[in-house]
Design a protein around this ligand. Structure first.
Ligand code: NAD
Ligand code: UGA
Length: 448
């Protein structure tokens, strides 16, 4: 029986390993983490992350060939293939602060692997890392190897939160990078065989290590760039009377552009886009490519501009002040179908409104009160959309939860101060219908 161990039981490690376990009953998969509360939650009925379909997958194999444990060293020592899926945030201090990836967690995982291993290992980079990280990991492992053979592979993860299980069941592609040596090729083949249990062979791409590492950063940069491009257009639409949804539809019909990922919004969020672009920018700078670095930096600048533009629009349309006014925030997660608030645009919008002395009241179906308290350092939580909007002067929709399309807006209007404003940061409501009720509606990139 092949044994897999994954270090890091987070948004990536948990779902990815659960899907490997469910698709490969003959493989034993153990997910380990230093965080006891996280592992306890994975072993309980209330999993630590909300992801549609995840409960069913975990229930189907937990205790059979899927295990969650804090006994990191034991399971690393026993494994044939070790995935490392620890967090790689942006460095906050020292060289490269504010841009470079912080590889502290990665390095300590690699050193621990070197300490406890007694047999040959394939070590798989699942976390998103700077190009050439595999070289550093290789150095740490081989200089401490005690004669053990390590092969490092890059196998970046492309799942998106909210659709993780769907994405893992039917990935557009699986990417595996390895050394171009006989041992390297053998390791690539071993990992390929795991995925081949359910992914068609033509969708498993193999490359050299550096291409695989860079492709992950490039994919996120291209995706984020599309959103910043459409958001930049949304500002021009508002200035000219064009409608950004019509523009997106028209350009998306060009098969070279394609229709996906062209929804204008209050800005992109999530733990990765900004972090990975900053990482890319830093790598460009380190390689003496300032023009390339500046090109990608602009994607983040437009995103920051879009978030502050939203706040400015709220304040200026409400007669230049929100001081003392109640503003209901519907949706706090960075996208629908997740409870994740990392880098959510809602944090910046709320901070902007609070800075103008608004009273904000937040409702999100999946984000907990504790989380909002951590993100905003104050308690602004409501248990339902009707409570949050009662007596409000304005409603800001900041996450595209389906339920926000189906709210009883007449009831909401009746309980709000007048004039009643709606600022739709996700273009989810039917603006004309709401105007019919009496709301003043501002959408992103659309005529008033
Ligand atoms: P996360 O913070 O949810 O999980 C990381 C886990 O690693 C934490 O539970 C932490 O306790 C654990 N950990 C850290 N150091 C450890 C150590 N030395 N030993 C054992 N456990 C340790 O992070 P995530 O969102 O799962 O992201 C992980 C990586 O995957 C990042 O590099 C990220 O860029 C990348 N990624 C994330 C997504 C996503 O949607 N979140 C998608 C693709 C790639
Ligand atoms: C993104 C990528 O889509 C994944 O492929 C990648 O694996 C992952 O980052 C990662 O490396 O972490 P994720 O951040 O989970 O996934 O979610 P996305 O669906 O990409 O959305 C990111 C942000 O962009 C959200 O705030 C979303 O609302 C926003 N967005 C997305 C738009 O504003 N408009 C769009 O058209 C699409």
């Amino acid at each position: 029986m092949v044994k897999i161990c994954c270090i890091g039981a987070g948004y990536v490690g948990g779902p990815t390993m659960a899907v490997i376990a469910v698709k490969c009953p003959a493989i034993e998969v153990v997910v380990v983490d230093i965080s006891k509360p996280r592992i306890d939650a994975w072993n309980s009925d209330k999993l630590p992350i909300y992801e549609p379909g995840l409960d069913e997958v975990v229930k189907a194999c937990r205790g059979k060939n899927l295990f969650f444990s804090t006994d990191v060293e034991k399971h690393v020592a026993e494994a044939d293939i070790i995935f490392v899926s620890v967090n790689t945030p942006t460095k906050t201090r020292g060289l490269g602060a504010g841009k470079a990836a912080d590889l502290t967690y990665w390095e300590s995982a690699a050193r621990m692997i070197a300490d406890v291993s007694k047999s040959d290992k394939i070590v798989v980079e699942k976390s998103t890392v700077p190009v050439k990280t595999a070289e550093a990991i290789e150095k740490i492992l081989t200089h401490n190897s005690k004669g053990i053979n390590y092969q490092i592979l890059s196998n970046p993860e492309f799942l998106a939160e909210g659709t993780a299980i769907e994405d893992l069941f039917k990935p557009d592609r699986v990417l595996i990078g390895g050394r171009e040596t006989p041992e390297g090729r053998k390791a690539v083949q071993a990992l390929k065989e795991v995925y081949a249990h359910w992914v068609p062979e033509e969708n498993i791409i193999t490359t050299n290590l550096w291409s695989a590492e860079l492709s992950k950063l490039a994919a996120n940069a291209f995706l984020a760039q599309r959103i910043s491009s459409v958001n930049a257009m949304s500002a021009l639409c508002e200035a000219t009377g064009a409608n950004v949804s019509e523009v997106s539809y028209a350009i998306g019909k060009d098969s070279r552009i394609g229709p996906k990922f062209l929804n204008a919004s209050v800005g992109f969020g999530g733990s990765c886009f900004q972090k990975d672009i900053l990482n890319l920018v830093y790598i460009c700078e380190c390689n003496g490519l300032p023009e390339v670095a500046n090109y990608w930096k602009q994607v983040i600048k437009i995103n920051d501009y879009q978030k502050s533009r939203f706040v400015n629009r709220v304040v200026s349309s409400m007669f230049n002040t929100v001081s003392g006014k109640k503003v209901a925030i519907l949706g706090f997660a960075f996208k629908k179908d997740t409870g994740d608030t990392r880098e959510t645009p809602a944090i910046d919008v709320c901070k902007g409104l609070l800075g103008d002395k608004a009273h904000v009241s937040i409702y999100d179906p999946e984000v907990t009160e504790d989380q909002i308290q951590r993100d905003l350092a104050m308690n602004k939580f409501d248990w339902d959309a009707y409570e949050a909007t009662k007596g409000a002067h304005a409603v800001c929709i900041l996450t595209e939860w389906n339920q926000f399309k189906e709210l009883d807006y007449q009831k909401i209007f009746d309980n709000m101060q007048k004039p009643a404003f709606i600022f739709d940061g996700r273009n989810v409501v039917d603006a004309e219908k709401l105007r019919g009720i009496g709301f003043i509606v501002y959408s992103i990139g659309k005529p008033l």
